[in-house]
Design a protein around this ligand. Structure first.
Ligand SMILES: Cc1cc2nc3c(=O)[nH]c(=O)nc-3n(C[C@H](O)[C@H](O)[C@H](O)COP(=O)(O)O)c2cc1C
Length: 200
């Protein structure tokens, strides 16, 4: 499959089957791709903590759901509307249903730590997609408190929790805006248009 097809197929999965993945190797191979991402001064600030233990997943879910409850109650109106439209509540069953959680940390002593870590996350999502593994980029509220709860040094900032596994049902990909709306040539808002492979 081309990279474009993988990118078009990838979508966020919020409901996972409890079924385990056939091999943990697929997770490690996907992370190997993430390790190839570019980073500021080649500092490679990313770290990946894979969580499989039931009890630990439960603890993470309990923490996240508590924080989500408070966050949902104070979220701005536009955000509440978006969440309602997407049927996203404070409940996060994917944190215990998905066979694996990949917690991604960024070493804050590195230059461009966050930018570089998110590049590696992008690589990871496509690598998982290539192996037909569903994922979600979940960003828990108050991640520093969760990092402390896990006993991890504050030098390492928790960026996201990526549950991975098999989707409960096939989802339709959320619409993307067109090249015309997003890509400009030489001047702001001047669309990048090709005709017969030539610039207009
Ligand atoms: C930085 C970032 C943070 C996100 N945080 C959450 C989150 O906390 N909860 C969630 O359900 N989805 C989260 N998402 C997923 C987005 O909602 C999703 O990517 C977007 O709606 C587009 O849908 P798609 O991934 O299916 O194409 C996040 C995505 C990104 C890139």
């Amino acid at each position: 499959m081309s990279l474009l097809d993988l990118a078009k197929n990838r979508k966020s999965t919020r409901a996972f089957k409890k079924r385990p993945l056939p091999s943990p190797e697929s997770i490690l191979k996907s992370i190997e791709v993430a390790l190839e991402a570019p980073s500021g001064l080649n500092c490679q600030p990313w770290f990946f903590l894979i969580v499989t233990k039931k009890e630990l997943k439960k603890k993470i879910r309990e923490y996240c759901e508590n924080e989500e409850k408070s966050f949902h109650s104070i979220a701005p109106d536009y955000f509440k509307i978006w969440l309602k439209k997407k049927k996203i509540s404070w409940k996060k069953p994917f944190l215990t249903d998905a066979p694996y959680l990949i917690l991604v940390f960024s070493d804050m002593k590195c230059p461009y730590a966050i930018q570089s870590t998110w590049l590696s996350i992008g690589y990871l999502l496509l690598a998982l997609e290539e192996k037909n593994i569903a994922s979600l980029t979940y960003t828990p509220p108050n991640p520093a408190k969760l990092r402390n709860l896990l006993g991890i040094n504050k030098r390492y900032s928790l960026q996201t929790i990526i549950p991975v596994g098999y989707p409960k049902k096939i989802k339709i990909k959320e619409k993307r805006k067109s090249i015309k709306e997003k890509v400009f040539l030489n001047a702001w808002k001047n669309p990048f248009i090709l005709q017969n492979n030539k610039l207009q």
